[in-house]
Structure formats: structure tokens, C-alpha cells
Design a protein around this ligand. Sequence first.
Ligand code: GCV
Length: 678
Amino acid sequence: MTSHRKVSRAEHPTWLPKESSRNLGDKRVHIAATGPLVETVRSEFRRAMRLFGGSFVEKIGDAEIVVIVTGDQGPVGLDDETPAAVHEALAAHASEPVSAEGYFLANRDSVSVIVAATDRGALYGVLDLLRSGEPGSGTRREEPAHAIRMLDHWDNMTVHPVMGAVERGYSGDSIFFADGEVRRDLDRVSRYARLLASVGINRVAINNVNVHSTEARLLTDKLPDVARIADVLRPWGIRLHLSVNFASPTLLGGLASADPLLPAVHEWWRQATDRVYDSIPDFGGYVVKADSEGQPGPFTYGRTHAEGAEPLAVALAPHGGIVHWRAFVYDHRQDWRDRSTDRAKAAFDHFVPLDGKFADNVVVQVKHGPMDFQVREPVSTVIGALTKTTVAVEFQVTQEYTGQQKHVCYLGPAWSEILRFRFGGSDAAPLASLATGGFVAVSNVGTDEFWTGHPLAQSNLYAFGRLSWEPLADSIEILDEWIRATFPDTDDGTRAALHAVLDSSWATYEKYTAPLGVGFMVRPGHHYGPDVDGYEYTPWGTYHFADRDGVGVDRTQTTGTGFAGQYPSPWRARYESLAECPDELVLFFHHVPYDHVLHSGSSVIQHIYDTHADGVEDVARLQGIWAGPTQGIDSATHARVTQLLVEQLRSAGEWNDQIRTYFFRKSGLADAGGRPHF
Ligand code: GCV
């Protein structure tokens, strides 16, 4: 019972191990910058100097690393001794200046230069140098695609009887809370903030979107403690957000109603919000899950979600705060007998009619798919349809449906596919550019000594940060950065082994779990392991409709729920047509007979049999690779991954046995590969 109270201080590798400070250490450093984050910049150099030597120098001409913030000083005094790299970076900035968070990183004649417009950009530049090492020769320009890059924590203040300390958390307890309070020791939060800043994350919501009564009080009497967390995040350029309960005016304020049209409700939010800003001047804003899975919302009062968000938005606006209003709104008490209701359609039906009606500082936060972070879903139709509303795309770094940090599952390739999706066809803009409100993801860290339960799951946190900064970056190159930064002493062979384990781990996971985009088939409640019919006759709206003849959900306009019609052309027609629908989503959009032949040439039933068997073989192969030479991987990491691969193989085998047996019994069609059913 008590082990989870402890916060690990163990020094297991992260992508900023002590050794990476070598990249900043043993150097003569000149800093020409002011601003609150410059102290953090200096502290990074001091940390490196303590470990590896080096010093600050007054004269720019003596320096090997130069950091310049152009925004808050006059022209830098350039002379004959000024290193060429400084001239180059300043010239680049002068001709096409970087935005507030961007920077130029130049390197020439063994001098590295960071030029930024603000202290924030300088911090990102220095952390880039720290994590990636020598910048190579020439000048590199870096700036984020979108201003908001955020992690949501589903952390509870007390251990919830069903959901635990962190809802869908697989990495120990909350790093923020214990025993109903904000932790006294926030050292781990500080180390977390440094990791996040190094991949460009600039906002963190600290508490669960399911706001229970204890957590609701973070907004009121717990504010001094919340302010302590904000103080720890601030030096890393990270603004704190709170998830709030829509019914706070009644729950905390004693009002009779939380109706968003009532002046008293507006006034309550105004006063509550003013008090937040008295304690936390750079407070980021509120995250709201309303009318969703039992959370209260504006429907109680017959109001729309745009009306619901209004009082919060109005209260935050004068302070520069924003409301993240989640579009995850659906009927979780639906009748499974009613085949016309489709959970996939719900968010579009609720939110698209409200396009343009939300206040300017409301960001509608949309899960990347229409269902719920499944291993494979089409993209959410809401993202393409909201053209007059600021939209944030929400991902799930915590692996609720992708192996719960017991299975290795690098999600970068899955996210890349989503970010590169083009609603209007191949000439249209990628989905990434529609995320005008940036990107949000559910975090995967906790008090676990490796931070993320599965040590290799750190790669997902890293990749989310990097993709939220540069959404079209190559996810395997990002993984390579992570491998090199986290395990700097690996040789080529070990790095190849890590790639062999991680690169296609998402594809492997998909092979042995729910097939062809149909989703779920997990055990209800905790969502780990197979239970094909676990949700089939429940009110949650997540069905596969397998019978003796076929499987899949008919979401066509012609004969099904009509969801395919929420897409613009060409996707509407492509998903509608069984002949054109991509194999990997065929059971998301169509109910097909088991002998339906896929584009791959395989029948649906044989595909199910083959991919499941392949998936188990893949995991066995990973185990073999991991048992081979792994120079440069510390023994604790190696042992934890070894132990988890045993569980992954067991679990993959269980999925395989249950899925193949289930479909054999339903269809009566034997596996042409002759493998056993039970
Ligand atoms: C925080 C899924 C999860 C819930 C989560 C919800 C959400 O349904 O299973 O645990 O609740 O998504 O995103 O709000």
C-alpha cells in the first residue's frame, strides 16, 4: 500500500541523461540575453560546467557557445573578433526573423550560436543543443508549427477506488498529488518540466478531466498549493492549466444552478478566475469535459456547448487565459439493440452546428479519432469540419488501448499518419495544419523509477513533444533522436536492435488485437487483454456486430449509420465504397462476410488468422532481439524490458487464441494455415 507513496529519484536514463550535459560542458560560454528564462539557460550551463568544466566569458570573441536574444537589447556589438557563426545566425534572423519561441542554431569553426527573439526561444535552443549535441555545420532554423503544445494529466488527488491514482496511468502514482494534497516535494515535477521543455511542451494540465469533488477544490481553497506547482513549471516556460468541473458554481460556490446563461454564474466564474490569477499570474486556463461519461454540462440546462463555455471564456479573457473545451461528447448509455445510433457520429453532430459560435479564447479539443484512441481509427470528422473554431487535436500518449505500457508500442508512426491525413484529398492541407489550437496529449508519466513503466514508452512522450513542434517530421527519425539521446553509449548494432524492437511495434500490436479498424474487444473497465464481446451488449456504443455470417460496423450512408457522409470528398465516397475502402479500416466502415476478399488478396477471416499468428511471432522475434547484444543499455532498463516482453508475449498469445477461436466458432471457417482453434 505504501510503495506508491514514494517518488523515485533513481537515475535511470531519460533523453537528458547526465552525460548529455557534455554537449554544453567544457566550453567558454557567452550569454547576451535578458528575460526570466535566461536564469534557466544559465543554470543549464552551470549544471554542465559542474560536471564537465567550462566557464562564462564576457567577450563574445572568446566564446565557443554564444546565446543571443535579439528582442530585448540593442544591436549586438559585432567586431572583427566576432565568430562567423554569430554573423551568420544574426543575418539569418534579420532577413527572416523567427517567431517568439523559435531560434537559429548555427555552427562554424567550432563555435555554436543560438539566436532567438525571446528568452523562451533561447531556452529551447539551448535544450536542443543539450539533447542533440553538435548542431552540424551551417545554420538551422527551428520554430514550432503551433503555439499550444500541451500535456493533460488524468491525475487524481486521492487514489480513486476504480481508476487509481492516475486514471489510465501505468507508471505508478501521480507526480503532483498524494493523499489528497499537492505533494510537498516537487523535485520530480521540476525534472519532468525540464524534459518537457526540451521537446517544446509549453502547457500542462495537472488534474483529471473527470473532476471529482476533491480535485474540484484545486480551483479554490487548494490554490496556494497549485501555485507551488506553477512556480516549478514556470522556469521551463510551461504554463499550468486546471481541469474544472462545469458544475463548480453549485459544487463549490453554493449556487442553486450552474446554468451558463445566469449572470450569477458568470459572476462566480469571474471571481473564481480572478482569484486564480492573483495566485498564478501566468495561469494557462481551464480544461473542461462536459456532458461526457457522467460529467455535468450545459445539456442539464438545455444550453449548447458554446453557451456552456462562455462564462469560463469571459472570465479568462482579460487575463489571457483559454478554455480547452473537449468535444468528447456522446451517449454512454445507449441501447445496444438500436443499430442506428452511432457513437462515431456524436461529436460532429454536437459541435459542427456550433462552428463560429465559441468565444475567441475557446479551443475545442478533439480526440484524433471519432471513437476513443483505438489502435486504428479513421481521423475525426470534426477536425476537418470546424473551420471557424480554434481546434486542438488530442492524442493519448498513455497507452490505454495500446498495451498499457506492458507492451512495447511506439506510437509515432500512428500519429504521423493522422497528422498527414488530407481531408480534401492529396492536394489539400494536412490535418496538422488544421490544428490551429495546437496539440494536446494525455501524459504517460508517474512516480515509476523509469517514469513511464515500460522504459521504452518514454519514446512516446518524446515523440509527442517533437511532433507537436514539427508535426510533419519523420517519426522514425524522431525515434532515432530519442534512442541516441537516451542511450548515448550504444553502438550501431544496438541502435539497430532498438529500431527493430520499436519501429514497427505499433503495427505488431495492431496485428494481434482488434482487426481491420473494428476496435475495442478489450476487457471492460481496465481495458487490458482480450474480451471480444466484452462491450458488445453494453451501453458504451463500441460494437463489432460479429455474427455467423460476418463482422464490422456498417457506417455507410446507403445502408448504415451514415457516418461516412461526415467526411468531405474524396473520403466520403472512398469510405462508403467497400471496393475502395482501405483494408485497415474496412471493419470500421462496413459489415462484411467472412469470405470478403481484401485488397491484400486475403479473405477477412484468413487475414484475422494470419495477422494474429504473425503478431505473436513478431513479439517472439523482439524477445530474441532484446536477448542479443545490447551494448550501452544499462542493466536495470534491460531487465525491466526483458520482464515486460515476457508479459507481452503471453498477452499477445492470449489475444491470438481468443480472437481466432472466437471467429472460428462464429464462422465455422477453418484457418487455411492449419493452426489450432480451441
Ligand atoms: C478520463 C476514455 C477513458 C476514460 C477517460 C475518457 C476521456 O473513455 O477510458 O478513462 O476519462 O476516455 O477521454 O475523458
